[in-house]
Design a protein around this ligand. Structure first.
Ligand SMILES: Cc1ncc(COP(=O)(O)O)c(C=O)c1O
Length: 383
């Protein structure tokens, strides 16, 4: 097509959006896209209109309003023990997606190699390609997609950065301290920047604990952590996220954020700050418990109908083995499930290098209970 950049030419519309469209046309239940339809906390909503009425309607500082940067510093201290400076260690961004875009454009150059574990989150891969980077996919191993040290060792030399996503979308893997320490050692040996997407930090099951890479000895100076509130507060449309790390990395990220987005939406920043200050630890533990129940319900249904689930340790997605459907590709399997059971999912090929993941599809179970129960009933038709 004329006027199209070479960088975007290879990027097709993501399978996730394509399945969403197809599902709408068929009137099915969408377990494809990672949209949570559980209600946002009321303290968040209650503070939005007051924020607008109290004048939070202009551009904010490029790195976010002070109350939010302070709330974020308090949150990080509570969760990981790191004592950070709200003035210099945070950039509030237009969602975690915005943070990722700013990070890769501020801290790497076109042609650089960026490592990401497979299965990967499609936006990480596509955003890297659009920034002119060369993604290098690091295979994982076993039922739970854990770290394959040998593969990482082989691929690390010469790379500029590595993306860690824990808990992971789509695999649900939660990196253990030992795995993080191994990755950390490799980052230090090969002088890699570590970009760690921890947006699902509170979605943890079966006693798995979230550990931030930034807390691993020797990693703070080379690590940028990104996260956001789309999932924790069920506000995917608000677009509030942040990046945090040492001053020398935050400065260029802030410049990129200013250029691309000017700032994150002002009144929404304020409401998020108020919610962060008001919600106690029980809010976050309830979130984990509720999603573990959803996981258990959904995974037991998958197992019953023969779509063997890779039981996730965190986040709210499950990769299921669809070999029993006898389809030639994961796209065909996803279409079959939509036709037969009116459930949209994402073909496994969306998370792997070409030719891999064809026996898998991904379902999102971050749905309200009645939707999920109805989806389970519909899935029974695949028995
Ligand atoms: C791993 C991961 N990072 C980032 C995002 C997007 O987050 P945000 O809505 O804050 O841009 C998602 C959404 O699905 C995700 O799964």
């Amino acid at each position: 097509m004329r006027f199209q950049s070479r960088r975007i030419a290879d990027l097709v519309q993501s399978d996730i959006r394509a399945m969403t469209q197809e599902c709408k046309e068929q009137g099915g239940i969408n377990l494809g896209q990672g949209i949570c339809d559980t209600p946002p906390p009321s303290v968040l909503l209650d503070n939005l209109i007051p924020a607008v009425n109290n004048g939070y309607n202009s551009y904010t500082r490029f790195d976010g309003i002070q109350p939010l940067r302070e709330s974020l510093a308090a949150k990080v201290k509570r969760d990981s023990g790191l004592v950070l400076d709200p003035e210099t260690n945070f950039v509030v961004t237009s969602g975690t997606t915005g943070a990722f875009t700013c990070i890769i454009n501020a801290l790497s150059d076109p042609g650089d190699r960026i490592l990401m574990f497979e299965p990967y989150y499609g936006y990480h891969m596509n955003a890297a390609v659009l920034a002119g980077l060369e993604p290098v996919f690091v295979p994982t191993r076993g039922e739970d997609f854990s770290l394959d040290v040998d593969s990482l060792e082989k691929l690390a030399k010469g790379a500029r950065a590595i993306v860690v996503n824990t808990p992971s979308n789509p695999s649900g893997h939660v990196f253990s301290r030992q795995e993080l320490e191994t990755i950390a050692e490799i980052c230090q040996r090969y002088d890699l920047l570590c970009i760690t997407d921890e947006i699902y930090e509170y979605f943890l099951f079966d006693g798995y604990r979230h550990i931030s890479m930034a807390t691993i000895p020797g990693m703070w100076e080379r690590t940028v952590t990104l996260a956001g509130f789309s999932k924790t507060f069920s506000i995917t449309g608000w677009r509030i996220g942040y990046a945090t790390g040492p001053d020398h990395l935050m400065l260029p990220i802030g410049i990129a954020n200013d250029l691309y987005y000017a700032c994150a939406p002002a009144p929404l920043q304020y409401a998020v700050a108020r919610a962060l200050d008001s919600l106690g630890p029980d809010f976050y533990s309830r979130l984990a418990e509720e999603h573990q129940q959803k996981r258990d319900l959904f995974c037991s249904t998958l197992a019953r109908v023969g779509l063997t689930p890779h039981i996730p340790q965190g986040a709210y997605y499950v990769l299921a083995d669809v070999s029993k459907l006898g389809c030639r590709s994961s796209k065909e399997a996803a279409m079959y499930i939509l036709d037969k059971a009116s459930i949209a999912c994402v073909p496994g090929s969306a998370f792997f290098e070409e030719g891999r993941g064809e026996h898998l599809v991904r379902f999102c179970f971050g749905k309200d209970d009645s939707t999920l129960e109805r989806a389970c009933e519909l899935l029974e038709q695949l028995k």
